[in-house]
Design a protein around this ligand. Structure first.
Ligand code: NAD
Ligand code: UDP
Length: 313
Protein backbone atom coordinates (compact mmCIF):
# COMPACT_ATOMS: atom_id res chain seq x y z
CA UNK A 1 0.00 0.00 0.00
CA UNK A 2 1.37 3.37 -1.04
CA UNK A 3 0.54 6.72 0.55
CA UNK A 4 -0.39 9.13 -2.23
CA UNK A 5 -1.11 12.87 -2.19
CA UNK A 6 -3.43 14.24 -4.89
CA UNK A 7 -3.55 18.04 -5.07
CA UNK A 8 -6.73 19.30 -6.71
CA UNK A 9 -8.21 15.93 -5.75
CA UNK A 10 -11.74 17.27 -5.30
CA UNK A 11 -11.88 18.48 -8.90
CA UNK A 12 -13.19 16.75 -11.99
CA UNK A 13 -10.09 14.70 -12.90
CA UNK A 14 -8.70 14.56 -9.36
CA UNK A 15 -11.81 12.90 -7.94
CA UNK A 16 -11.63 10.11 -10.55
CA UNK A 17 -7.93 9.68 -9.82
CA UNK A 18 -8.50 9.46 -6.03
CA UNK A 19 -11.18 6.83 -6.62
CA UNK A 20 -8.92 4.78 -8.85
CA UNK A 21 -5.95 4.95 -6.45
CA UNK A 22 -8.14 3.87 -3.52
CA UNK A 23 -9.58 0.99 -5.55
CA UNK A 24 -6.03 -0.17 -6.18
CA UNK A 25 -5.51 -0.43 -2.41
CA UNK A 26 -3.58 2.77 -1.74
CA UNK A 27 -3.98 5.34 1.00
CA UNK A 28 -5.00 8.65 -0.56
CA UNK A 29 -4.72 12.16 0.81
CA UNK A 30 -6.80 14.60 -1.22
CA UNK A 31 -5.82 18.25 -0.89
CA UNK A 32 -8.02 20.99 -2.32
CA UNK A 33 -9.06 24.59 -1.67
CA UNK A 34 -12.45 23.96 -3.38
CA UNK A 35 -12.05 26.84 -5.82
CA UNK A 36 -13.49 24.82 -8.69
CA UNK A 37 -13.68 21.45 -7.01
CA UNK A 38 -16.22 20.34 -4.47
CA UNK A 39 -16.63 17.97 -1.54
CA UNK A 40 -19.54 16.53 -3.51
CA UNK A 41 -17.07 15.03 -6.00
CA UNK A 42 -15.46 12.91 -3.29
CA UNK A 43 -18.25 12.53 -0.74
CA UNK A 44 -18.66 8.87 -1.73
CA UNK A 45 -15.04 8.25 -0.72
CA UNK A 46 -15.31 9.73 2.77
CA UNK A 47 -16.35 6.45 4.42
CA UNK A 48 -13.15 4.81 3.27
CA UNK A 49 -10.70 4.87 6.21
CA UNK A 50 -7.82 5.09 3.74
CA UNK A 51 -9.11 8.37 2.28
CA UNK A 52 -8.35 11.73 3.86
CA UNK A 53 -9.67 15.10 2.66
CA UNK A 54 -7.76 18.26 3.54
CA UNK A 55 -8.70 21.87 2.77
CA UNK A 56 -5.48 23.58 1.79
CA UNK A 57 -4.20 26.02 -0.81
CA UNK A 58 -1.11 24.82 -2.72
CA UNK A 59 0.30 28.33 -2.81
CA UNK A 60 1.06 27.74 0.90
CA UNK A 61 3.66 25.13 1.93
CA UNK A 62 2.31 21.76 3.04
CA UNK A 63 4.11 19.04 4.97
CA UNK A 64 3.26 15.37 4.94
CA UNK A 65 4.99 12.02 4.42
CA UNK A 66 3.88 10.30 1.21
CA UNK A 67 5.38 8.05 -1.47
CA UNK A 68 3.87 9.78 -4.50
CA UNK A 69 2.35 13.16 -5.36
CA UNK A 70 0.00 13.92 -8.24
CA UNK A 71 -0.05 17.70 -8.69
CA UNK A 72 -3.39 18.65 -10.27
CA UNK A 73 -4.34 21.76 -8.31
CA UNK A 74 -5.18 24.49 -10.82
CA UNK A 75 -8.42 25.74 -12.35
CA UNK A 76 -8.63 24.29 -15.86
CA UNK A 77 -11.51 26.00 -17.62
CA UNK A 78 -10.95 29.39 -19.29
CA UNK A 79 -13.74 31.07 -17.29
CA UNK A 80 -12.27 29.95 -14.00
CA UNK A 81 -8.60 30.45 -14.74
CA UNK A 82 -9.29 33.94 -16.12
CA UNK A 83 -11.43 34.93 -13.10
CA UNK A 84 -8.32 35.75 -11.06
CA UNK A 85 -5.37 35.40 -13.43
CA UNK A 86 -2.73 36.33 -10.84
CA UNK A 87 -4.00 33.63 -8.53
CA UNK A 88 -3.92 31.15 -11.44
CA UNK A 89 -0.23 31.86 -12.04
CA UNK A 90 0.48 31.64 -8.31
CA UNK A 91 -1.30 28.31 -8.13
CA UNK A 92 0.71 26.85 -11.00
CA UNK A 93 4.07 28.31 -10.06
CA UNK A 94 4.03 28.52 -6.24
CA UNK A 95 2.03 25.29 -6.13
CA UNK A 96 4.75 23.59 -8.17
CA UNK A 97 7.52 25.05 -5.97
CA UNK A 98 5.77 23.93 -2.77
CA UNK A 99 5.03 20.44 -4.04
CA UNK A 100 8.49 19.99 -5.58
CA UNK A 101 10.07 21.18 -2.33
CA UNK A 102 7.99 18.61 -0.48
CA UNK A 103 8.92 15.86 -2.97
CA UNK A 104 12.58 16.76 -2.60
CA UNK A 105 12.48 16.63 1.19
CA UNK A 106 10.62 13.34 1.49
CA UNK A 107 12.07 11.72 -1.69
CA UNK A 108 8.61 11.22 -3.19
CA UNK A 109 7.88 10.72 -6.86
CA UNK A 110 5.88 13.64 -8.26
CA UNK A 111 3.71 13.91 -11.37
CA UNK A 112 2.71 17.23 -12.89
CA UNK A 113 -0.63 17.57 -14.68
CA UNK A 114 0.55 19.82 -17.49
CA UNK A 115 -1.53 20.63 -20.51
CA UNK A 116 -1.76 20.77 -24.29
CA UNK A 117 -2.07 24.55 -23.73
CA UNK A 118 1.74 24.65 -23.49
CA UNK A 119 1.56 24.29 -27.31
CA UNK A 120 -0.68 27.40 -27.50
CA UNK A 121 -2.23 27.87 -30.94
CA UNK A 122 -0.01 25.22 -32.53
CA UNK A 123 1.68 25.58 -35.89
CA UNK A 124 2.57 21.88 -35.95
CA UNK A 125 -0.15 19.32 -36.35
CA UNK A 126 -0.59 16.88 -34.63
CA UNK A 127 1.42 18.06 -31.66
CA UNK A 128 4.50 16.09 -30.64
CA UNK A 129 6.28 16.57 -27.32
CA UNK A 130 9.33 18.16 -28.96
CA UNK A 131 7.25 21.09 -30.28
CA UNK A 132 7.96 24.25 -28.23
CA UNK A 133 4.58 25.79 -28.82
CA UNK A 134 3.10 29.06 -30.04
CA UNK A 135 1.84 30.88 -26.97
CA UNK A 136 0.88 34.53 -26.59
CA UNK A 137 2.71 35.46 -23.37
CA UNK A 138 0.53 38.53 -22.69
CA UNK A 139 -2.88 37.30 -23.81
CA UNK A 140 -5.94 36.30 -21.78
CA UNK A 141 -4.93 32.65 -21.70
CA UNK A 142 -1.33 33.32 -20.70
CA UNK A 143 -1.98 33.11 -16.96
CA UNK A 144 -2.78 29.45 -17.50
CA UNK A 145 -0.46 28.62 -20.42
CA UNK A 146 2.61 30.38 -19.09
CA UNK A 147 1.91 29.24 -15.52
CA UNK A 148 1.90 25.65 -16.74
CA UNK A 149 5.00 26.22 -18.88
CA UNK A 150 6.84 27.69 -15.90
CA UNK A 151 5.73 24.71 -13.80
CA UNK A 152 7.24 22.35 -16.40
CA UNK A 153 10.48 24.31 -16.22
CA UNK A 154 10.47 24.06 -12.41
CA UNK A 155 9.90 20.31 -12.60
CA UNK A 156 12.81 19.85 -15.01
CA UNK A 157 15.09 22.01 -12.88
CA UNK A 158 14.26 20.29 -9.60
CA UNK A 159 15.00 17.04 -11.41
CA UNK A 160 18.35 18.12 -12.84
CA UNK A 161 19.50 20.17 -9.85
CA UNK A 162 18.09 18.15 -6.96
CA UNK A 163 17.45 14.69 -8.45
CA UNK A 164 13.74 14.90 -7.69
CA UNK A 165 11.92 11.99 -9.32
CA UNK A 166 9.52 13.78 -11.66
CA UNK A 167 6.95 12.90 -14.31
CA UNK A 168 5.28 15.40 -16.65
CA UNK A 169 2.14 14.61 -18.61
CA UNK A 170 0.51 17.01 -21.07
CA UNK A 171 -3.21 16.43 -20.86
CA UNK A 172 -5.38 17.17 -23.90
CA UNK A 173 -9.07 18.11 -23.62
CA UNK A 174 -10.74 15.70 -21.24
CA UNK A 175 -14.43 15.29 -20.42
CA UNK A 176 -16.64 13.07 -18.33
CA UNK A 177 -18.76 12.81 -15.22
CA UNK A 178 -18.14 15.36 -12.41
CA UNK A 179 -17.23 18.18 -14.77
CA UNK A 180 -18.33 21.41 -13.13
CA UNK A 181 -21.71 22.27 -14.71
CA UNK A 182 -20.89 25.99 -14.88
CA UNK A 183 -17.27 25.85 -15.85
CA UNK A 184 -17.92 26.93 -19.40
CA UNK A 185 -16.03 24.12 -21.10
CA UNK A 186 -17.48 23.03 -24.35
CA UNK A 187 -18.64 19.50 -23.56
CA UNK A 188 -20.48 20.46 -20.36
CA UNK A 189 -21.90 23.63 -21.95
CA UNK A 190 -23.26 21.80 -25.00
CA UNK A 191 -24.74 18.92 -23.00
CA UNK A 192 -26.49 21.19 -20.49
CA UNK A 193 -27.79 23.47 -23.26
CA UNK A 194 -29.03 20.46 -25.22
CA UNK A 195 -30.74 18.90 -22.21
CA UNK A 196 -32.65 22.15 -21.65
CA UNK A 197 -33.40 22.57 -25.38
CA UNK A 198 -31.57 25.90 -25.25
CA UNK A 199 -29.45 27.36 -28.04
CA UNK A 200 -26.05 25.70 -28.40
CA UNK A 201 -23.39 28.41 -28.22
CA UNK A 202 -20.71 27.89 -30.85
CA UNK A 203 -17.82 30.33 -30.50
CA UNK A 204 -16.47 31.46 -33.87
CA UNK A 205 -17.51 29.50 -36.95
CA UNK A 206 -17.24 26.15 -35.20
CA UNK A 207 -14.50 24.96 -37.55
CA UNK A 208 -11.85 24.97 -34.82
CA UNK A 209 -10.92 21.45 -33.82
CA UNK A 210 -10.25 19.63 -30.58
CA UNK A 211 -9.63 16.00 -29.65
CA UNK A 212 -11.51 14.83 -26.56
CA UNK A 213 -10.60 11.98 -24.28
CA UNK A 214 -12.84 10.39 -21.70
CA UNK A 215 -11.59 10.82 -18.14
CA UNK A 216 -11.12 7.05 -17.53
CA UNK A 217 -8.58 6.86 -20.35
CA UNK A 218 -6.66 9.78 -18.86
CA UNK A 219 -6.59 8.25 -15.38
CA UNK A 220 -5.25 5.02 -16.85
CA UNK A 221 -2.51 6.99 -18.63
CA UNK A 222 -1.66 8.98 -15.49
CA UNK A 223 -1.25 5.93 -13.27
CA UNK A 224 0.80 4.15 -15.92
CA UNK A 225 3.04 7.19 -16.17
CA UNK A 226 3.57 7.28 -12.41
CA UNK A 227 4.53 3.59 -12.50
CA UNK A 228 7.28 4.04 -15.11
CA UNK A 229 10.93 3.84 -14.06
CA UNK A 230 12.78 6.90 -12.76
CA UNK A 231 14.60 7.36 -16.07
CA UNK A 232 11.37 8.21 -17.94
CA UNK A 233 10.22 11.69 -16.95
CA UNK A 234 8.31 12.87 -20.03
CA UNK A 235 6.80 15.20 -20.98
CA UNK A 236 4.32 12.87 -22.59
CA UNK A 237 1.05 13.70 -24.32
CA UNK A 238 -2.05 11.99 -22.92
CA UNK A 239 -5.08 12.50 -25.10
CA UNK A 240 -7.36 11.00 -27.69
CA UNK A 241 -6.16 11.68 -31.24
CA UNK A 242 -9.69 11.52 -32.68
CA UNK A 243 -10.09 15.10 -33.85
CA UNK A 244 -13.29 16.85 -34.87
CA UNK A 245 -14.69 20.32 -35.22
CA UNK A 246 -16.65 22.02 -32.47
CA UNK A 247 -19.66 22.17 -34.82
CA UNK A 248 -19.49 18.38 -35.27
CA UNK A 249 -19.41 18.02 -31.48
CA UNK A 250 -22.52 20.18 -31.17
CA UNK A 251 -24.34 18.08 -33.76
CA UNK A 252 -23.33 14.85 -32.00
CA UNK A 253 -24.59 16.15 -28.65
CA UNK A 254 -27.93 17.16 -30.21
CA UNK A 255 -28.27 13.72 -31.80
CA UNK A 256 -27.43 11.82 -28.59
CA UNK A 257 -29.72 13.91 -26.37
CA UNK A 258 -32.56 14.04 -28.93
CA UNK A 259 -32.62 17.78 -28.28
CA UNK A 260 -34.56 20.51 -30.12
CA UNK A 261 -31.67 22.97 -29.60
CA UNK A 262 -30.48 25.18 -32.47
CA UNK A 263 -26.88 26.20 -33.10
CA UNK A 264 -26.04 29.86 -32.56
CA UNK A 265 -22.73 31.52 -33.34
CA UNK A 266 -20.94 33.85 -30.92
CA UNK A 267 -17.58 35.69 -31.02
CA UNK A 268 -14.48 33.53 -30.74
CA UNK A 269 -12.55 34.22 -27.51
CA UNK A 270 -9.08 35.74 -27.83
CA UNK A 271 -6.24 33.32 -28.69
CA UNK A 272 -8.63 30.37 -29.02
CA UNK A 273 -6.48 27.63 -30.64
CA UNK A 274 -7.68 26.74 -34.14
CA UNK A 275 -6.66 23.11 -33.99
CA UNK A 276 -5.47 20.58 -31.49
CA UNK A 277 -4.63 16.91 -31.78
CA UNK A 278 -2.15 14.91 -29.74
CA UNK A 279 0.50 12.71 -31.27
CA UNK A 280 0.43 9.83 -28.77
CA UNK A 281 3.24 7.68 -30.23
CA UNK A 282 5.44 8.34 -27.19
CA UNK A 283 2.67 7.45 -24.71
CA UNK A 284 1.95 4.21 -26.56
CA UNK A 285 5.62 3.23 -26.49
CA UNK A 286 6.51 4.35 -22.98
CA UNK A 287 3.28 3.46 -21.19
CA UNK A 288 2.96 -0.20 -22.18
CA UNK A 289 0.76 0.25 -25.22
CA UNK A 290 -1.58 2.74 -23.52
CA UNK A 291 -4.16 4.24 -25.84
CA UNK A 292 -7.65 5.66 -25.38
CA UNK A 293 -10.35 3.00 -25.28
CA UNK A 294 -13.58 4.95 -24.77
CA UNK A 295 -15.28 6.06 -27.99
CA UNK A 296 -16.73 9.56 -28.15
CA UNK A 297 -20.32 8.36 -28.28
CA UNK A 298 -19.89 6.06 -25.29
CA UNK A 299 -18.19 8.77 -23.24
CA UNK A 300 -20.76 11.39 -24.20
CA UNK A 301 -23.64 9.08 -23.23
CA UNK A 302 -22.15 8.55 -19.76
CA UNK A 303 -21.61 12.30 -19.36
CA UNK A 304 -25.13 13.09 -20.58
CA UNK A 305 -26.58 10.63 -18.03
CA UNK A 306 -24.54 12.33 -15.31
CA UNK A 307 -25.78 15.83 -16.18
CA UNK A 308 -29.36 14.61 -16.53
CA UNK A 309 -29.24 13.38 -12.96
CA UNK A 310 -27.47 16.50 -11.74
CA UNK A 311 -30.04 18.79 -13.39
CA UNK A 312 -32.98 16.61 -12.22
CA UNK A 313 -34.12 15.95 -15.78
P1 NAD B 1 -10.91 21.25 -11.98
O1 NAD B 1 -11.04 22.71 -11.95
O2 NAD B 1 -12.13 20.42 -11.87
O3 NAD B 1 -9.89 20.75 -10.88
C1 NAD B 1 -8.87 21.54 -10.33
C2 NAD B 1 -8.90 21.35 -8.81
O4 NAD B 1 -7.86 22.11 -8.22
C3 NAD B 1 -10.21 21.84 -8.19
O5 NAD B 1 -10.68 20.88 -7.28
C4 NAD B 1 -9.80 23.13 -7.48
O6 NAD B 1 -10.63 23.44 -6.39
C5 NAD B 1 -8.38 22.82 -7.11
N1 NAD B 1 -7.56 24.01 -6.91
C6 NAD B 1 -7.49 25.12 -7.71
N2 NAD B 1 -6.63 26.01 -7.19
C7 NAD B 1 -6.13 25.45 -6.05
C8 NAD B 1 -5.21 25.89 -5.07
N3 NAD B 1 -4.61 27.07 -5.15
N4 NAD B 1 -4.95 25.06 -4.03
C9 NAD B 1 -5.56 23.86 -3.92
N5 NAD B 1 -6.44 23.40 -4.82
C10 NAD B 1 -6.72 24.19 -5.86
O7 NAD B 1 -10.12 20.89 -13.33
P2 NAD B 1 -9.70 19.50 -13.95
O8 NAD B 1 -10.24 19.47 -15.32
O9 NAD B 1 -10.00 18.39 -13.02
O10 NAD B 1 -8.12 19.70 -14.07
C11 NAD B 1 -7.21 19.07 -13.19
C12 NAD B 1 -5.79 19.34 -13.66
O11 NAD B 1 -5.61 18.81 -14.99
C13 NAD B 1 -5.45 20.82 -13.76
O12 NAD B 1 -4.12 21.01 -13.30
C14 NAD B 1 -5.55 21.13 -15.21
O13 NAD B 1 -4.70 22.18 -15.60
C15 NAD B 1 -5.13 19.81 -15.84
N6 NAD B 1 -5.68 19.67 -17.21
C16 NAD B 1 -7.02 19.43 -17.41
C17 NAD B 1 -7.53 19.32 -18.70
C18 NAD B 1 -8.98 19.04 -18.97
O14 NAD B 1 -9.36 18.98 -20.16
N7 NAD B 1 -9.82 18.84 -18.01
C19 NAD B 1 -6.67 19.48 -19.78
C20 NAD B 1 -5.32 19.75 -19.55
C21 NAD B 1 -4.84 19.82 -18.25
N1 UDP C 1 -16.55 26.57 -27.17
C1 UDP C 1 -17.73 26.82 -27.85
N2 UDP C 1 -18.87 26.99 -27.11
C2 UDP C 1 -18.89 26.91 -25.76
C3 UDP C 1 -17.68 26.65 -25.07
C4 UDP C 1 -16.52 26.49 -25.81
O1 UDP C 1 -17.77 26.88 -29.08
O2 UDP C 1 -19.99 27.08 -25.19
C5 UDP C 1 -15.33 26.35 -27.97
C6 UDP C 1 -14.11 27.16 -27.51
O3 UDP C 1 -14.11 28.44 -28.12
C7 UDP C 1 -12.98 26.28 -27.99
C8 UDP C 1 -13.52 24.86 -27.85
O4 UDP C 1 -14.94 25.00 -27.79
O5 UDP C 1 -12.71 26.52 -29.35
C9 UDP C 1 -13.04 24.15 -26.60
O6 UDP C 1 -13.26 25.00 -25.50
P1 UDP C 1 -12.95 24.57 -24.00
O7 UDP C 1 -13.09 25.79 -23.17
O8 UDP C 1 -13.74 23.38 -23.63
O9 UDP C 1 -11.43 24.09 -24.04
P2 UDP C 1 -10.07 24.76 -24.59
O10 UDP C 1 -10.38 25.97 -25.39
O11 UDP C 1 -9.31 25.09 -23.35
O12 UDP C 1 -9.48 23.69 -25.41
Amino acid sequence: MKKILVTGGAGFIGSHLCERLLNEGNEVICLDNYFTGSKRNVVHLLDNPFFELIRHDVTEPFYIEVDEIYNLACPASPIHYQYNPIKTIKTSVMGAINMLGLAKRIRAKILQASTSEVYGDPKIHPQTEDYWGHVNPIGLRSCYDEGKRCAESLFMNYHHQNNVRIKIIRIFNTYGTRMHPQDGRVVSNFIIQALHNEDITIYGDGNQTRSFQYVDDLVEGMTRMMATGDDFIGPVNIGNPMEFTIRELAEKVIELTGSRSKLIYMPLPQDDPTQRQPDISLAKKALGGWEPKVHLEEGLLKTIAYFKQLENL
